[in-house]
Design a protein around this ligand. Structure first.
Ligand code: ADP
Ligand code: 5GP
Length: 211
């Protein structure tokens, strides 16, 4: 007689929600693009924003670009899992996209600011928060300048938020310093691999032994 009694688990095979955030220019977008190449099944959520599109940005691929009043209507209709005002513009994550994709069993990645990440953790405590930190203040400024997407005034505005943002890193599940891009991507990938190795993701696998 087997000494271990199997209990029926109510866990479903839901996907995992990974949230990547950190100061502007720290390399979140670069890391997310690399992660998507390594994990084609990982679904990157496309945010909605009232920010003006930058050169080369495509509607529906980089963001859904909306007017302020349309964004505010979506807030009233509770369409966002989280939303925040970041550097003077609204940004938000579609509740429907995230919840439906997780329910279908796919993993989702959000690249959002810190206010938004903490809102997600409050609503979905099982979400995995990864904070991407710059190696130095000087390097962060250099990257923002080298990216060439923002005016010097906008860069200064973004840099002035960094100290307060770094203080909130302690509320995350993981911190990854983006010094060398390959090393940072490997570390985030290691977090994804570890989180996907939790026993609750193996329900279907274990069930085959009962047949
Ligand atoms: P974020 O999405 O956090 O605002 P980006 O991914 O746009 O940041 O990166 C900002 C700039 O820094 C880009 O020009 C990018 O190519 C560069 N970058 C990202 N990671 C590194 C790194 N590890 N070393 C040097 N440059 C980097
Ligand atoms: P950018 O204007 O450079 O594309 O983004 C500015 C900031 O807004 C970045 O920190 C980015 O991560 C954040 N952001 C992008 N989408 C969202 C979102 O849906 N929600 C929140 N809270 N922040 C977002």
């Amino acid at each position: 007689m087997c000494p271990i009694k199997m209990s029926q688990s109510a866990e479903s095979q839901k996907g995992v929600l990974f949230v990547i955030s950190g100061p502007s220019g720290t390399g979140k977008g670069t890391i997310c693009r690399a992660l998507q190449q390594e994990n084609p099944a990982l679904r990157l959520s496309v945010s909605t924003t009232t920010r003006f599109p930058r050169n080369g940005e495509i509607e529906g691929e980089h963001y859904y670009f909306l007017k302020k009043q349309d964004f505010e209507k979506m807030i009233q209709e509770d369409q966002f899992l989280e939303w925040a005002k970041v550097y003077g513009n609204y940004y938000g994550t579609s509740r429907q996209f995230v919840l439906e994709t997780l329910d279908k069993g796919s993993d989702v990645i959000l690249e959002i600011d810190i206010q938004g990440a903490l809102q997600v953790k409050e609503k979905l405590p099982e979400a995995v928060l990864i904070f991407i930190a710059p190696p130095t203040k000087f390097e962060l400024e250099s990257r923002l300048i080298a990216r060439g997407t923002d005016s010097l005034e906008e860069i200064q505005r973004r840099l002035s938020c960094t100290i307060d943002e770094l203080k909130l890193a302690t509320r995350y599940d993981y911190v990854v310093i983006n010094d060398y891009i390959e090393r940072a991507v490997d570390k985030v990938q290691a977090v994804i691999t570890a989180e996907k190795s939790r026993p609750r993701h193996f329900k279907t696998f274990f069930e085959q032994f009962a047949q």
